[in-house]
Design a protein around this ligand. Structure first.
Ligand code: SF4
Length: 427
């Protein structure tokens, strides 16, 4: 029988191939004399570093890869053996364990850093994390201090402060690589970044359709990888053009991530990586589609309009760093979630609170209270961890998820009989 779909699966396949090529380059970097910089995803300044020829390593991405491949447990224990407490972020301990294992993980053996750029956006754990790596690898560290966005918008002086630091970083990169700053190259990177951002925002916003063609959490974590690790490169742009064709085809055929979309939810918080599949299945069973998530915004909130701007290179990099999700205060994050619920017509809010990450979890109980009491929205609060499987109980998760959607289903049925809230299966 002739296959009527021509683009399905392309997003996942290309993503896998691109990440594989990127990790292979990182394994060869030392032999090929390519400088390597380590930095964080949130508010990252990858385009600037790439314009100097650096290959980039993102330790959180390595941690989630170890989590999903189920080797994070041994890395974490290695770090705990050297004295890291059980309360320290699992991502940090995974990374320390990885460094102590010769930087060899399921993705190959990574080149050590020539430079550590601590983009301090929203999480102060980053500072201690990179100080530890600087000492383990005997590598120089550059601290890019990004002020927390506290008043609904960053201040102009905060932006100028970040720009001044970017100029200092340019001098550091020039000395380290022996290359002069090439503004033309940087602008080219930012042009590519803006194009990829435009398409990615369009993909995320496609979830406003009913049924949604994409799960904006469980699928988005794969679709978003290239814009996080390869943003600014031509292959990243090619990826999003191809991914959009897949989404467009799904829209045309009313294809979605679940066989029959029954519940639309917004999800706040990161995934439990070692149990990613099992966690997803617990929602799929109820035909739940996540139509918007905050985790898919940790690398940038492009769906609210931000684009890198090649005509204002350093300014737009600074604005991006200041504006990332974990750098926003809780009232701003709460407002963002409220907008998602409204614009994406969500039936409920699911909060996945992880023990490791205070940057995400602090304030989530208040957010739940706000949505339950002030907005009258059904909310489900789940707890586990990003990478530490000692904090994940599948049976407990299943019970809570089943009970929640069972109650939600009965509520919809009751209210639709009374002519109130329509049944969520409405198309
Ligand atoms: S606490 Fe959260 S944001 Fe901070 S390093 Fe750990 S996972 Fe990342």
């Amino acid at each position: 029988m002739e296959n009527k779909y021509h683009h399905q699966g392309v997003g996942r396949e290309m993503q896998k191939a691109l990440l594989g090529q990127w990790y292979a380059r990182l394994s060869r970097a030392k032999q090929e004399n390519i400088p390597v910089a380590y930095l964080f995803i949130s508010g990252n300044i990858g385009e600037l570093l790439r314009s100097f020829g650096f290959e980039l390593v993102f330790p959180e991405v390595n941690a989630l890869q170890c989590g999903i491949k189920k080797v994070a447990g041994e890395m974490i224990l290695k770090a705990e053996d050297t004295g890291y407490s059980s309360d320290v972020c699992g991502y940090v301990k995974n990374d320390i364990g990885l460094a102590l294992s010769g930087n060899a993980g399921p993705f190959g053996t990574l080149a050590p850093p020539d430079l550590l750029v601590c983009t301090y956006s929203g999480c102060n754990t980053y500072i201690k994390w990179f100080e530890a790596l600087a000492s383990l690898f005997k590598a120089p560290i550059f601290m890019l201090d990004v002020p927390y966005t506290r008043e609904g918008r960053f201040r102009e002086e905060d932006k100028q402060y970040v720009i001044a630091q970017l100029k200092e970083l340019i001098t550091v990169c020039e000395k380290l690589t022996g290359r002069a700053f090439d503004e033309k190259k940087l602008k080219e990177q930012l042009r590519n970044a803006a194009e990829a951002e435009e398409i990615w925002a369009k993909i995320l916003q496609s979830a406003r359709h009913r049924p949604s063609p994409i799960d904006a959490f469980f699928e988005a974590v794969f679709f978003m990888a290239p814009i996080y690790v390869l943003r600014g490169t031509p292959e990243c742009v090619r990826y999003y053009r191809a991914a959009w064709e897949e989404i467009e085809e799904r829209l045309g055929h009313r294809l979605g991530p679940v066989s029959e979309e029954r519940f639309r939810v917004v999800l706040e918080g990161p995934p439990p990586w070692p149990y990613f599949r099992a966690f997803w299945e617990l929602f799929k069973k109820w035909n739940v589609c996540v139509v918007a998530s905050t985790y898919s915004k940790v690398g940038g909130i492009w769906d609210f309009g931000f684009r890198h701007d090649p005509s204002r290179p350093l300014e737009s990099i600074a604005e991006y760093a200041l504006n990332c999700y974990t750098n926003l205060n809780w009232p701003m994050r709460q407002e963002m979630i409220r907008k998602y619920i409204e614009e994406y017509a969500a039936d409920a809010l699911v909060i996945h609170s992880v023990k490791s990450c205070r940057s995400f979890s602090v304030g989530q109980a208040d957010v739940r209270e706000y949505f339950t009491k002030e907005q009258g929205l059904p909310t489900l609060f789940l707890e586990s961890d990003l990478v530490d499987s000692r904090y994940f109980s599948e049976a407990q998760m299943r019970n809570r998820i089943d009970a929640f959607f069972e109650a939600l289903e009965s509520r919809f049925q009751r209210e639709s009989r009374r002519g109130g809230v329509p049944d969520p299966a409405r198309a």
